[in-house]
Design a protein around this ligand. Structure first.
Ligand code: B12
Ligand code: SF4
Length: 457
């Protein structure tokens, strides 16, 4: 059986992102010696020509599509990627009668709706390494008996989550243009664990990866880093939901990087609650150039409303620890949650300014996803209907700030050039990104906000 894996993620902001999920699927197929190829559409100029050529030369039996993003979760400048995915599906159908499998984080968020919208044959919810093998075995068995397999979606609970991540191979990055991601995206990526046990009201990460934390051993993580260095990738984003939880795991990974003297620079997400001077020193010494706190707010009432497990004091302390150890840090904010007022916004902005971060990434309005507590709140308040199609843009924005927040942010941003507002294209756009990357700058763009300002001037 021949499988063509396609990555249709062509989003370039904040950076083009290496399709890590697809590389994990490729590794699982390779281990089973299943014939497969990868077609990454990110840097392709003529999508139809590339898809049709690949289908003509490879003649796949099955095509797998990795749907990473559903939309840009940004308000008011919202972009849905679904119409492009639909275009890709139409092109595939025009040139091939292969059956099509959907997977990826976007698919896992609203599987039934996306399955219907794209009219696929099969879908896999959740992590795909084990599930893809199960599905291919079923397809093969049906082919042998001549049974016609109906369209269906394989749920994560059908195959169970992978408890021991080390038992699965590291991502297979061959077949993907790693150099292009380093050049245009500034970094590669790596995962050291899966799952998040916290319960922030809007967050989809525990839905996608589950709530139980499953760790890779530092040995496996560092073996993978070594293989990245071998192919010239010397800067990575650690895609874990929160790198510094559990603290011991983070420490072990840093220790192993230091012990092996791996020449790698890295960045990732962190939780202010688990920031300790000893850990931050280890992070810095192992090559960390910057961390991004998923803070959302900086005001006691709103932190509670958003379901955050840390306090304003812990945010202040974490910021101080970063300053003292010379580590760049960024706070990302989500403005407009339940109960937000212009007073709470002002208090959050004032508190963040006092923490003096390297940069701030601020979203206004919160994309609502099914399965989250915010979805239930919005439904109870009547701001979304039970049968509403959530593939369409749907943002929660507290009624008390709805009419005032955008002009307020616009004015505020003029005085604060290191604050990025992606939903309003303030202090981030393709031109600025290209200029920064052209200088060979690696790592997340927010680390270069000061340089970006010089370009703007
Ligand atoms: C790290 C991260 C980032 C980093 C990436 C840094 C980097 N260099 O890698 C940054 C901050 C840059 C980022 C940016 C964005 N992100 Co982001 N990001 C994540 C995060 C936390 C992890 C993604 C990851 O790498 N996971 C690890 C890989 C291995 O998992 P995976 O891709 O899900 O793959 C598994 C399965 O899905 C499945 N699978 C994958 N492909 C396939 C294919 C087939 C055929 C099958 C069967 C299975 C399968 O198997 C894989 C292995 O188990 C996720 C949230 C999450 N926890 O998933 C959000 C997430 C993917 N991001 C999201 C979004 C929206 C964005 C942005 C659009 C936000 C913005 N406006 O800037 C941009 C888009 C950037 C781009 N060019 O694509 C959304 C996407 C869904 C949605 N809501 O649309 C997510 C899910 C978060 C959310 N808000 O819900 N992101
Ligand atoms: S925001 Fe961070 S801590 Fe909260 S649930 Fe999501 S991943 Fe977990």
């Amino acid at each position: 059986m021949k499988l063509l894996l396609i990555s249709p993620n062509v989003e370039f902001l904040p950076d083009p992102i290496f399709p890590l999920g697809l590389a994990y699927i490729a590794a699982a197929l390779k281990r089973r010696e299943i014939d497969h190829r990868i077609l990454d559409l990110c840097f392709v100029t003529d999508v139809e020509a590339d898809i049709s050529a690949e289908i003509a030369s490879y003649r796949p039996d099955i095509i797998g599509l990795s749907l990473r993003n559903l939309d840009n979760v940004s308000y008011p400048q919202y972009t849905s990627y679904l119409p492009f995915y639909r275009e890709v599906m139409d092109i595939i159908r025009r040139y091939s009668d292969s059956r099509i499998i959907l997977g990826g984080s976007a698919f896992s968020l609203m599987p039934q709706d996306i399955f219907t919208y794209l009219d696929a044959d099969f879908g896999i919810v959740g992590e795909g390494e084990r599930a893809i093998i199960t599905l291919l075995e079923r397809i093969e068995a049906a082919q042998k008996t001549g049974e016609k397999l109906e369209k269906y979606i394989l749920l994560d609970r059908d195959v169970g989550v992978i408890r021991k991540l080390d038992e699965y191979p590291a991502p297979d990055r061959s077949g993907i243009d790693n150099d292009a991601y380093l050049k245009f995206g500034g970094m590669g990526n790596i995962q050291t664990k899966r799952g998040c046990p916290f319960d922030c009201i809007y967050c989809t990460y525990p839905i996608i990866e589950g709530q139980s934390v499953r760790l890779r051993s530092p040995r496996h993580v560092c073996d993978e880093i070594e293989s990245l260095i071998d192919i010239g990738i010397n800067n990575v984003f650690i895609v874990d939901n929160e790198f510094n939880f559990p603290v011991e795991h983070a420490q072990f990974v840093c220790h192993e990087i230091i012990r092996r003297k791996l020449n790698i620079k890295w960045s990732g997400y962190a939780n202010p609650k688990f920031i300790q001077p000893k850990l931050v020193a280890l992070m810095r010494d192992s090559g960390c150039t910057g961390i991004e706190f998923g803070s959302d707010a900086a005001e006691p009432f709103m932190l509670k409303q958003m379901g955050k497990a840390f306090t304003l004091e812990e945010m202040n302390r974490a910021s101080m620890v970063c300053h003292r150890s010379g580590l760049s840090f960024c706070h990302s904010l989500l403005i407009g949650g339940p109960g937000e007022t212009m007073e709470t916004v002002q208090r959050t902005f004032d508190a963040i300014l006092a923490m003096s971060p390297t940069a701030v990434v601020c979203m206004v309005g919160i994309r609502v996803f099914p399965g989250t507590r915010l979805f239930e709140i919005a439904r109870k308040e009547g701001s979304i209907q039970t049968d509403q199609n959530l593939l369409e843009p749907c943002f929660y924005l507290s009624p008390a700030i709805k009419d005032m927040i955008l002009p307020f942010v616009e004015a505020f941003s003029k005085e604060h050039p290191t604050w990025i507002f992606p939903g309003m294209a303030i202090n981030i756009n393709r031109t600025l990104q290209k200029k920064i990357r052209r200088l060979g700058a690696r790592g997340p763009l927010w680390e270069y906000m000061k340089m970006g300002q010089r370009f703007k001037k």
